[in-house]
Design a binder for this molecule. Structure first.
Ligand code: HEM
Length: 394
């Protein structure tokens, strides 16, 4: 029996190696809602974690009772005006202005012009050696390069762009560095934005600066807020899912051979990975009125952490949920959230993962874990994936 008394998140420095599922399963077994102990700097603040699918789904769909404003509280000063932190009509108007840029035809073009060439170039560098760390050499670079390419950042500046994005993300832990990176990224993007205003080229930036719905356009604050969000939202997440997919393929020869022989299984495989080991395990909301979750009273003002990763292990929805099962009946999961804020990049992410898996199966035959290196594991608290993936191939 897991002891949940005093349950709380691990300290930040332990997040990358955390293994929280045992505790999260125990919360589900005990009703699916747990209140965290009061924190030292604001003892009156109330905070709850929620693990069951039905509760998570209801919270994410009910924006009147569960506000997304909490998403701006820590990171807002560094990111700018965030789509993730708005509710209701204001969020709808912002989302309408950016969503068009992610339409099917744009994604198809990105696949031809960016995604396929990027994965192919990265694999060109890997293939000759017969062994590689697929995290350091492939997954850590692939989605970053795709997003930078989509935004229009030249290849030579990718590392710099990535570093700014990380400093912005860690702004709440290092204020000076976060603010400096936030300004630097805007200074860098301003000339690109100005050029697209006068001479649109059909890329994402051109779409965003010229987007107009009902006579309304993106303000500069929202434009730069959206651009600052793209890398953490689209790269960190996809990189981890890719890593977990490739780890499974390298570890389980039967699964690898089935998918390699029948590529129609690539999509179902990636969906089962997203359910089983969601790369984003939690999303936050702030309660607007006194309510209840799963029968547990929750006061207005409380912070709710929806553990969407844990919700993917709900046995009311998936039999034997902790097993990875390629033949599972497809049932919607919450890896991309749901409701008004459901991931705007989910079609792009699914495509990147599918293209990446197909390319690896084509170019790295007989993929296996490197027997001379420690066996990699999926780890992490808020973001989960393997930190290394040493493999050999034919
Ligand atoms: C496997 C990869 C990905 C996962 C697991 C993921 C997960 C999520 C989740 C759970 C949310 C909802 C957050 C909330 O409700 O508070 C979200 C929102 C969002 N995601 Fe993703 N994401 C992925 C890839 C991407 C990509 C590739 C992009 C863009 C290039 C992207 C852009 C966004 C944006 C802009 C939002 C905010 C939408 C809104 O607030 O209306 N994501 N994502």
């Amino acid at each position: 029996m897991v002891d949940l008394s005093g349950y709380q998140p691990p300290p930040f420095d332990q997040w990358p190696d955390a293994q929280p599922y045992e505790q999260w399963h125990a919360i589900s077994d005990q009703g699916g809602v747990i209140e965290l102990p009061p924190n030292a700097w604001d003892p009156s603040a109330r905070a709850f974690h929620v693990t069951r699918f039905a509760d998570a789904d209801r919270i994410l769909r009910d924006a009147d009772t569960f506000s997304a404003s909490i998403n701006t509280e820590g990171i807002g000063p560094y990111m700018g005006e965030l789509i993730l932190g708005l509710d209701g009509e204001e969020h709808r108007r912002y989302r309408n202005l950016v969503a068009h840029a992610f339409r099917r035809s744009a994604i198809d073009r990105w696949e031809r012009e960016l995604i396929q060439p990027i994965i192919s170039d990265l694999l060109d560098d890997i293939v000759p050696a017969g062994r590689a760390d697929l995290v350091a050499q492939l997954t850590a670079k692939y989605p970053v390069q795709v997003i930078c390419g989509i935004v229009g950042v030249p290849l030579a500046d990718h590392d710099q762009f990535h570093q700014w994005a990380e400093k912005i993300n860690y702004g709440p832990l290092d204020h000076e560095a976060g603010m400096a990176a936030s300004r630097a990224m805007r200074d860098y993007l301003e000339p690109l934005v100005a050029a697209r205003r006068t001479n649109p080229t059909g890329d994402l930036l051109s779409e965003l600066v010229h987007a107009e719905v009902d006579g309304e356009r993106l303000t500069d604050e929202r434009l730069y807020g959206f651009l600052r969000l793209l890398l953490p939202a689209g790269a960190e997440t996809t990189y981890n899912v890719m890593g977990t997919c490739l780890l499974l393929l390298a570890r389980d020869r039967a699964v690898r051979d089935r998918i390699s022989d029948d590529r129609s299984l690539v999509g179902p495989f990636a969906e089962e990975v997203l359910r089983w080991e969601s790369s984003v395990t939690m999303v936050s909301r702030r309660v607007t009125i006194d309510t209840e979750i799963g029968g547990c009273p929750v006061p207005a003002g409380a912070a709710i952490t929806v553990l969407n990763g844990a919700a993917g292990h709900d046995e009311d929805r998936w039999p034997h949920p902790t097993d990875f099962d390629l033949d599972r009946e497809p049932v919607a999961h919450l890896a991309f959230g749901t409701g008004a804020h459901q991931c705007l990049g989910m079609h792009l992410a699914r495509l990147e993962v599918a293209v990446g898996i197909n390319a690896v199966l084509d170019r790295l035959p007989d993929l296996r874990l490197d027997p001379d290196r420690p066996e990699p594991v999926v780890a992490g608290y808020a973001f989960r994936g393997p930190r290394t993936l040493p493999v050999t191939f034919g």
